[in-house]
Design a protein around this ligand. Structure first.
Ligand SMILES: Cc1cc2nc3c(=O)[nH]c(=O)nc-3n(C[C@H](O)[C@H](O)[C@H](O)COP(=O)(O)OP(=O)(O)OC[C@H]3O[C@@H](n4cnc5c(N)ncnc54)[C@H](O)[C@@H]3O)c2cc1C
Length: 245
């Protein structure tokens, strides 16, 4: 079966990540693997035949046997409240993929890596970091991750564990809406100054991957190019129309 045909996946596990985000671990018969950064298309069919399709990045490293997605529930959304609210282990859904060949990274592509995420935009970047760790790669990597609050940070424990390994990964959060008492980190949206402070110098020729809400992605990519980064080394993935966080 080709990667562009629809296939039936079974939900093996549903894991809450934050109050609004769940990881769906899927068993996908015949899955041929994927590259970190790729996504799948998910299709839901209602009893009356109405269908809705959405794209979801793959969160897992290709090293595991399951395909994991991490879906944020948007209260007024059509598809995400079902995926991140109703689905249970044993349920099935249709998907096709993996899709995408541009927003991908494997350790042999080198670095240094600059990963910039807004909200659920961290999902494909997490696949890259999980792959980096599983491969024992020491490619220097910096993640700058914007969330509304600390509680909204997806994969927080795992990110902290990965950063604690001291193998060349740093993780920096920007909390845009509320900060815990005593927070000394960034408390605003990602801007050019932050990218200069956290990121690499243009002369270090980082490979940048920027993912999240459309407005954040466009702002960050614009700042990086204005700071002197080579546009051909700035890759972007836009998740949706809104400007938050
Ligand atoms: C390549 C790609 C990968 C993606 N990967 C992920 C992922 O890993 N995890 C994930 O949770 N989502 C991801 N998305 C977004 C996802 O495809 C859906 O757009 C999202 O789940 C909303 O769908 P919905 O049917 O619930 O909302 P809709 O019914 O489509 O929209 C409801 C409301 O939410 C707004 N909206 C739509 N999309 C977004 C968004 N992304 N952010 C904020 N507001 C939005 C709409 O303007 C509308 O007001 C990805 C999108 C793309 C293009």
């Amino acid at each position: 079966m080709g990667r562009l045909s629809w296939r039936l996946a079974t939900v093996a596990e549903v894991r809450p990540e934050t109050g609004r985000v769940v990881t769906l671990a899927l068993e996908v018969p015949g899955w041929d693997g994927h590259l970190p950064g790729q996504h799948v298309d998910v299709r839901l069919t209602a009893e009356d035949g109405y269908q809705a399709e959405r794209a979801y990045s793959i969160a897992s490293s290709p090293d595991g046997s399951r395909v994991e997605l991490a879906v944020e529930r948007l209260e007024d959304g059509e598809v995400s409240p079902y995926l991140a609210g109703e689905l249970r282990a044993g349920d099935q859904l249709e998907l096709r993929g993996p899709v995408g060949g541009y927003f991908v990274w494997e350790p042999d592509r080198g670095g240094p890596l600059l990963l910039v995420a807004g909200g659920s935009g961290v999902v494909p970047l997490m696949a890259m970091l999980r792959r980096r760790a599983a491969a024992g790669s020491q490619v220097p990597a910096r993640l700058l991750y914007s969330s509304r609050t600390l509680e909204d940070v997806i994969f927080r424990e795992e990110l902290e564990r990965l950063a604690a390994a001291e193998d060349g990964l740093t993780v920096t959060y920007a909390l845009t809406r509320a900060q815990p008492a005593g927070w000394t980190g960034y408390a605003r949206r990602i801007d050019a100054v932050m990218l200069e402070e956290v990121g690499w110098r243009p002369g270090e020729r980082p490979l940048a991957y920027v993912c999240g809400p459309t407005r954040l992605v466009e702002a960050v990519a614009g700042h990086l190019v204005a700071l002197g980064h080579d546009p051909s080394r700035v890759r972007t993935e836009r998740f949706g129309p809104t400007g938050v966080p």
